[in-house]
Design a protein around this ligand. Structure first.
Ligand code: HEM
Length: 440
């Protein structure tokens, strides 16, 4: 007799559509209710598609380590394939493995030092452009800033002229089209806009690549470095492959970071006692105009704990999905093949037995002494296993540079008292969050 049952469904499902509406409008609330009703494994229904949700380090670990085995990551993100093409984990698994040395080269230690410099140039340029005293929407500002950093780090110092005016608007059109529920080829205006934007972005990137192919010695940037970086099979990437890779990289690399960077500043401003410790640390370890090299960055512990706490409370990529290819067990439940499976930050990041007072903003929980972040599988903000975010250090360093230089040079006050999470676009961002700054 098989004692293993499929998971129980969370309450609130409607005829025909199941939980689709709440899934789109308030995923955290839905997950938290499911967890409360049924524990670490529960289910929901999106139209006629069953989806199981798991919680906690052991189950999250199984989710990540079974990926590319009994769990499929490639097909489940077909809604992203329509936006970018077959790149990174949305490429077939053999091609993904073949391209992995390229990803490793892009995020090597030496490249990271270059990126750190690019971040500082762009963040300082942003701060220099702010003037002495003003109010701004930090959510909008971090989006522009992370675009500038991605442009400088991945394209070239001359990225503004090279990418042209409409480049980021086109990315925005793609972001707005991202929808894990609606089939990506339905005849909807948002998908038409996505396809037109994708064509323009690809055309632009192909032009940049062609210019570098013609005269590689005139450039020293990531694109030209990739001309000389073989894949696992010894072949070099074609222009088409480089184009698709850059589309994916630039997408993965800016909007998610923009969301968490803004939240990091908002949460610090909402917690002045902790902010004071951050400001003291910045004052003690940095000087205006001095480069933030690896050594200085390592001294900014309070800054990085704040960044980890932001990733716990306001993760900007909350949707990690797999398709179950072979039935898989989680405790007393078995998830049948054909189901979708998901990990949930809304439940895993609030486990009371792991995170003391999980609702409370408390960055020092990540200190070595407290060690609440020790088992990284409790935190799913950057994924795990083979497909764990390759850009995690890039993103964390970028957020650290933004936070450090802003609070090093400005006094800042939060004017919008309680910004909310804005769901429904590619990554979760904050709603308008006005801050007032004054140059020190
Ligand atoms: C706060 C910012 C970021 C968040 C929250 C985030 C989140 C994630 C998550 C959750 C995954 C795994 C998806 C899954 O397993 O289903 C992932 C993968 C990935 N991310 Fe990020 N990411 C961020 C920033 C970045 C940046 C800055 C880059 C590049 C510049 C980047 C590049 C990638 C790549 C290439 C992968 C695929 C890794 C693989 O399949 O081997 N991400 N990211």
């Amino acid at each position: 007799m098989n004692l293993k049952n499929p998971p129980q469904f969370v309450s609130g499902g409607k005829p025909i559509i199941g939980h689709t509406l709440e899934f789109r409008q308030n995923l955290s609330r839905l997950d938290q209710r499911g967890h409360k009703e049924h524990g670490d494994v529960f289910a929901m229904k999106l139209m006629n598609q069953n989806m199981a949700v798991v919680t906690g380090a052991d189950y999250n670990k199984k989710f990540y380590l079974e990926t590319d085995k009994s769990l499929n990551i490639t097909d489940v993100y077909s809604f992203l394939k329509a936006s970018f093409g077959e790149v990174l984990f949305i490429a077939p698994h053999e091609e993904y493995m073949n391209q992995r040395p390229i990803l490793q080269a892009i995020f090597s230690r030496t490249k990271m030092a270059d990126y750190l410099q690019a971040m500082q140039v762009e963040v300082q340029a942003w701060l220099d452009g702010l003037g002495d005293e003003e109010e701004i929407d930090i959510s909008a500002e971090t989006l522009n800033l992370t675009q500038a950093v991605a442009g400088r780090a991945f394209i070239s110092p001359n990225y503004k002229a090279e990418l042209g005016e409409s480049f980021w608007q086109d990315y925005d059109a793609i972001s707005r089209s991202i929808d894990p529920v609606t089939p990506p080829n339905w005849p909807l205006p948002k998908f038409w806009r996505r396809d037109a934007a994708k064509q323009r972005i690809q055309k632009r990137l192909k032009q940049l690549i062609a210019k570098r192919r013609e005269n590689p010695d005139a450039y020293d940037d990531l694109i030209t470095q990739l001309f000389e970086q073989p894949k696992k099979d010894g072949q070099f990437m074609t222009d088409e492959e480089i184009t698709i890779l850059f589309m994916g990289l630039i997408f993965a690399g800016h909007e998610t970071t923009a969301g968490q960077a803004a939240w990091n500043i908002i949460l610090l401003l909402q917690h002045p006692d902790y902010l004071r410790q951050v400001q003291d640390e910045i004052g003690a370890n940095t000087e205006i105009g001095q480069p933030l090299d690896g050594r200085v960055m390592r001294s900014l512990q309070h800054v990085y704990w704040a960044i980890d706490e932001t990733a716990r409370l306001r993760p900007s990529a909350p949707m990690q999905l797999r398709i179950v290819e072979e039935p898989i067990e989680f405790g007393e439940h078995v998830i049948p093949s054909g189901w979708l499976l998901r990990v949930s930050s809304a439940t895993s990041h609030y486990q009371e037995e792991v995170f003391a007072n999980p609702e409370v903003y408390d960055p020092q929980r990540f200190s070595q002494a407290r060690g609440e972040g020790k088992n990284s599988f409790n935190l799913v903000s950057f994924g795990g296993g083979m497909h764990k975010c390759t850009g995690m250090n890039f993103a964390n360093n970028e957020m650290a540079v933004i936070t450090t230089l802003l609070f090093q040079q400005f006094d800042v006050e939060l004017i919008t008292p309680d910004p909310q999470v804005l769901t429904g676009v590619g990554a979760n961002r904050a709603t308008e969050a006005i801050i007032r700054y004054r140059k020190k």
